[in-house]
Structure formats: C-alpha cells, structure tokens
Design a protein around this ligand. Sequence first.
Ligand SMILES: Cc1cc2nc3c(=O)[nH]c(=O)nc-3n(C[C@H](O)[C@H](O)[C@H](O)COP(=O)(O)O)c2cc1C
Length: 208
Amino acid sequence: MSQNYAALSQVIHERKSVRKFDPNYIMSAEDITSILEEATLAPSSSNLQPWRFIVIQDQDTKKKIKEFSYNQEQMETASVIIAVIGDTEMYHNIDEIYLSNLAAGNIDQEHVEIQIQNAKAAYPNAPFEARRNIATFDAGLVSMQLMLIAKAKGYDTVTMGGFDKQQFVDTFELESRYEPLVLIAIGKAAAPAYGSTRLPIDTITKFI
Ligand SMILES: Cc1cc2nc3c(=O)[nH]c(=O)nc-3n(C[C@H](O)[C@H](O)[C@H](O)COP(=O)(O)O)c2cc1C
C-alpha cells in the first residue's frame, strides 16, 4: 500500500459528520483560505468552476441562519459556516479562466481561441436546468474535497442541506443566478460523530 493511499484512506474513513463543536474555537483566516484554495483544485465541467462561497464567522449571522435551519445547533457552535453556492451563469468567467490557462503556458493561442469559442457557444445557450445541474454537481465535488481537506487539517465538518433556501437568498441578497446548495459547518469537534453505515457494494453496483 502506498503512503499516499494510506494517508488518503485514513482521512476518508475518519471523516464523519460531527454535530457538536467547541463554540470557543476560532479558526485562523489562513486555515480557512488554504482549505478553500485546495478544495477548488476539484475538477469542474470545462473548468468553469461554478462554485461560490460565503464564509460566515459572525456570530449574529450564524444565529440568524440557525433560525431558518431547523434550529440545528451546529449552525451556531461551529467556528465557520461555509455556504456553497452554485453559479448558474458560470459562463461569465470563460475569458478569465481560459486566458489564465494561456498565461500559465497550459495551452497555446490557437487552441485557447477554439476553447473560448466552443464554451461561449455551449454554456449561455444551454437550458437553465442543464446549467443548474452542472453547477450543483461541480459544487458537490468541491464540497467533498473541502470536507476531506478540513479533516486532514484536524477539523471536523457537517454538510447541511436542511435550511430554507429562499430565506438564505433573501438574507444574503443573492442575485437569481446564484443558488445556495449546502452549508458546511467546520470546527473542532466537542463530541464524536454518531457514525453511519453504507449499503453493500453488491446492492448498489452491477458488474458486467
Ligand atoms: C447534501 C447533504 C445534506 C445534509 N444535510 C444535513 C443536515 O441538514 N443536517 C445534518 O445534521 N446532517 C446533514 N447531512 C449529513 C448526513 O446526514 C451524513 O452525511 C450521513 O448521515 C452520513 O454520515 P457521515 O457524514 O457521518 O458519514 C447532509 C449531508 C449531505 C451530503
């Protein structure tokens, strides 16, 4: 077993949703930023990176979110709540993203122009539902990375879909292109996770 695999496997096995956090623990800005930076190394459709984040540390704001999140305790006691938001108009960043690939020497001028043209033909003309699905799927990938990175750095997390999306949109005055997807609580565990089991591979997989 390679060292890389052993380390990754340990993090994957040890990540469990924690719902009791030390309310006094303050995460450093550097830690939060580096977790986000590494999480965004996740892949995304055409590398359009349709994830956006709101990092919520302010105690009054956390309390307010808790009120429209079934009063989930971790909303208030976690050090940080990271709202993962999907940008259904991810195509506005096509030039910036592809030209930065050009500047980094990952692609040449001729091919970058083709890529930009193709992306600008496809994404703005795709149905809203298709763009929403892409944003939601890609935000799921970044969220998973975020949880594993946080765990590897000594934090615990719980992802939460149980909140009123409309109230979130209203509270943070989100434009209609942005969809709040999940809230990820991060902090220092004050009690272990409940633990959870998984369906057997045979139940969920067809081998052909
Ligand atoms: C999209 C999504 C939404 C979730 N919403 C909530 C939630 O609102 N509250 C909560 O306590 N846990 C929530 N969870 C955590 C799940 O209950 C948990 O991941 C599952 O029971 C498996 O346990 P584990 O994460 O400890 O492996 C959510 C997880 C996901 C992926």
